[in-house]
Design a protein around this ligand. Structure first.
Ligand code: FAD
Length: 414
């Protein structure tokens, strides 16, 4: 696109999961106006989950993680403007300004900017072998470091991304140390059973897991090579690369500067509308009242949420308004373990364990006021499928003793 004025009936900012699905859904619902997707990433829309899994492991090439084959976008008359960021929005003129100097006016704007990795705030964090895991280019850079001979990795952050990266790095033969500030892994998203299980699993696989441990500085040679990390307890761990997975900061600055309401991301209503006229927001950056969290205003960082919000917006634009009401689900692959999560465990007051973690097949049920609100299913696909139905049906109280019995099928509790 030239750096001149352009117009599209719908401008989508962000070419990730939400943005791509919004364009796809609009065409599926029969929208025949012009659609322009603007993304700061150079690559056409691709899936992010494999970036810390099969793509990083070298098991899947880029072709296999593209959301659609490249020709799809032209076939559907969806214009892609890649490698440029939207830097400003004029909500009155319905116009966005791009980092390459271009300007585009819109009929409606769908913001799907996702988030930027939270940066490591310590000395040495700018060294080139300090990696984040958000974009394809991040995983590519990590793979290059491995190809160049990096053998010892220090992973910062015991959330899903840190754990998945640690699992892949082990599989690739690296020595891996993983540090987590909190007393357990996955503390923000899971209960103690799951945390303990994954800590044990990673240790069994040879990862040096250190809890309640922060990072003081990344150490390097004058030439700029990482040589180690100094921890906040004074210990030094020698390493050739550092992988940081400590969360994201929603990428919404232009929206907020334009006057959209929001503090943790951007606020949206049940149709994913921001407080700006004709501006929607979806995906990781969209703070919304979630039905599966008792209406608490939250952001969800999942493919499910990005896709389902995209569908909500496409329907709203096509005049078939249906409030966002989608059961949250998520997955994580580490080693040969497949975790599938249904529902949200936010505010749980008890857990019920179905099965024995020692068998590496079990389910953790999160309860609130006697009702199941979420399920973490490790290798228990059947539980996962049936748990979704149970949660979608808005299930009532269930006797924990019944729930704990893996012989009782969840579908029989419907
Ligand atoms: P994104 O997919 O991040 O897309 C946002 C896009 O907007 C980016 O391309 C960004 O460059 C672009 N952008 C931002 N600001 C601007 C701007 N100003 N101008 C132009 N472009 C802009 N979820 C799961 O459910 N299961 C998983 O197993 C899982 N694994 C993951 C592993 C990794 C390594 C990562 C990073 C995420 C994972 N997720 C997983 C989360 C999931 O990928 C995200 O929730 C999902 O991508 C959110 O979609 P989105 O459209 O909101 O944001």
């Amino acid at each position: 696109m030239e750096s001149t004025h352009q117009h599209a009936d719908i401008v989508i900012v962000g070419t990730g999961h939400g943005g791509a699905q919004a364009a796809i859904a609009l065409r599926q619902h029969g929208f025949d106006g012009s659609i322009l997707m603007i993304g700061r990433d150079d690559a056409p829309p691709y899936e992010r989950p494999p970036l810390s899994k099969e793509y990083l492991a070298g098991e899947k090439g880029f072709e296999r993680i593209m959301i659609r084959p490249e020709r799809f976008w032209a076939e559907k008359d969806i214009a892609l403007h890649l490698g440029a960021a939207v830097t400003a929005i004029d909500p009155h003129a319905h116009r966005v300004t791009l980092s390459d100097g271009g300007e585009v006016t819109y009929g409606k704007l769908i913001w799907s900017g996702g988030g930027d990795p939270r940066r490591l705030p310590v000395p040495g964090a700018v060294l080139p072998q300090v990696f984040y895991v958000r974009d394809k280019s991040d995983s590519d850079a990590m793979m290059q470091a491995l190809a160049d001979g990096a053998k010892r990795a220090l992973v910062i952050g015991g959330g899903y991304i840190g754990l998945e990266a640690a699992a892949v790095l082990r599989k690739l033969g690296c020595e891996v140390t993983l540090v987590e500030m909190l007393p357990r892994l996955l503390a923000r998203v899971a209960g103690e059973e799951l945390s303990a299980f994954y800590a044990e699993e990673h240790r069994r696989q040879g990862v040096d897991v250190r809890l309640e441990t922060g990072v003081h500085a990344v150490l390097g040679e004058e030439a700029g090579k990482v040589t180690g990390v100094r921890l906040d307890n004074g210990d030094e761990v020698a390493c050739d690369m550092v992988v940081v997975g400590i969360g994201i900061v929603p990428a919404v600055a232009p929206l907020i500067a334009a006057g959209a309401a929001g503090s943790n991301g951007v606020d949206v209503d049940e149709y994913c509308r921001t407080t700006l006229d004709d501006v929607f927001a979806i995906g990781d950056c969209a703070a919304h009242a979630n039905d599966f969290a008792d209406g608490a205003v939250i952001r969800l960082e999942s493919v499910q949420n990005a896709n389902d919000m995209a569908n909500t917006v496409a329907r709203a634009i096509m005049g078939d308004k249906q409030p966002y009401h989608a059961l949250p689900w998520f997955w994580s692959n580490q080693y040969d373990l497949k975790l599938q999560t249904a529902g949200l465990s936010l505010g749980f007051d008890a857990t019920v364990l179905r099965g024995d973690p020692a068998t590496r097949k079990f389910t953790v049920v999160y309860m609130k006021h006697g009702k199941p609100i979420a399920f973490d299913c490790v290798g228990t696909m059947k539980d996962y499928v049936q748990a979704r139905k149970l949660l979608e049906s808005g299930c009532g109280k269930i006797d924990p003793a019944v729930l704990a019995d893996p012989e009782v099928a969840l579908k029989d509790l419907l």
